[in-house]
Ligand binder design. Structure first.
Ligand SMILES: [Ca+2]
Ligand SMILES: [Ca+2]
Length: 254
């Protein structure tokens, strides 16, 4: 009995030990599986943490780049604003300068207009043209007497500046006086070749006569006695050199 009991106990113990051993192996397997799973989770979490760190790093880098670009844009904007301000100031200064110049020119123009207006106020019997006054003296005088009369009246014998003046003076002379029909009738004007034969100069300016308005064939220099210029009334205002002591009407200008 005792042996049976002992055998039973042994068997039971063996069975228990066997069962216990089987249970331990199962627990070990489960534990290893659990540990493996936990390890996998930890690896996964570490991987995610690593990804998050990389993402954070990348985001930081982009943020730094954006900040840098923002600063560059701000600098550029600041530079442009500065340039705009400088250009604007220069424009204002230029405008002020031009305004001052315009005002100076305007005053000069007004002064000139006043002067011209006064010049155009010719004395009685004198008629205006451009900036001068003219008079046709219907008196017979030699060239020197004619010049003297003009000078006494603060004028000179007419000295033509251009062909428009020739045309105008002739039209006034024709309208203001009766002339006979002679081709050689005319009036004294202010040019002569007294200084050098053949070289006609205006009396007061001493500038050589360059206008081409001589009657064809004139000045003919047929003698040194034809030294003074006359305007021929019936030859479209053409010029002739005539003896200075000839008695003619004359035209003064001032
Ligand atoms: Ca001559
Ligand atoms: Ca002549």
């Amino acid at each position: 009995m005792e042996i049976k009991l002992m055998l039973a106990i042994v068997f039971l113990c063996t069975a228990v030990i066997s069962a216990t051993a089987g249970s331990n192996r199962s627990l070990e397997v489960n534990l290893q599986s659990l540990l493996q799973s936990v390890g996998n989770h930890i690896d996964n979490i570490e991987s995610q943490i690593s990804n998050l760190k990389d993402f954070d790093k990348d985001t930081g880098s982009r943020l730094a780049m954006n900040t840098n670009e923002t600063n560059i844009l701000r600098d550029a904007q600041s530079t442009n604003m500065k340039r705009y301000q400088e250009t604007s100031n220069k424009c204002i200064e230029k405008t002020d300068s031009l305004t001052q110049k315009y005002e100076i020119l305007l005053k000069k123009y007004e002064a000139l207009e006043t002067k011209i207006s006064k010049l155009n106020q010719c004395p009685t019997s004198w008629f205006p043209y451009m900036n001068s006054c003219y008079i046709l003296k219907k008196e017979a005088a030699d060239w020197y007497q004619a010049q003297e009369w003009c000078q006494k009246n603060e004028a000179k014998l007419v000295e033509y500046s251009d062909m428009d003046e020739v045309t105008f003076v002739l039209s006034k002379a024709k309208a203001d006086h009766y002339w006979d029909t002679s081709n050689w009738v005319g009036f004294w004007v202010g040019a002569n070749d007294l200084q050098k034969e053949g070289v006609f100069k205006w009396s007061t300016s001493r500038i050589r006569v360059h206008l081409e308005n001589w009657l064809p064939g004139q000045p003919d220099k047929i003698s040194s006695e034809e030294d003074c210029m006359q305007t021929l009334v019936n030859q479209q205002g053409k010029w002739n050199d005539a003896p200075c002591d000839r008695k003619l009407n004359f035209m003064c200008e001032k």
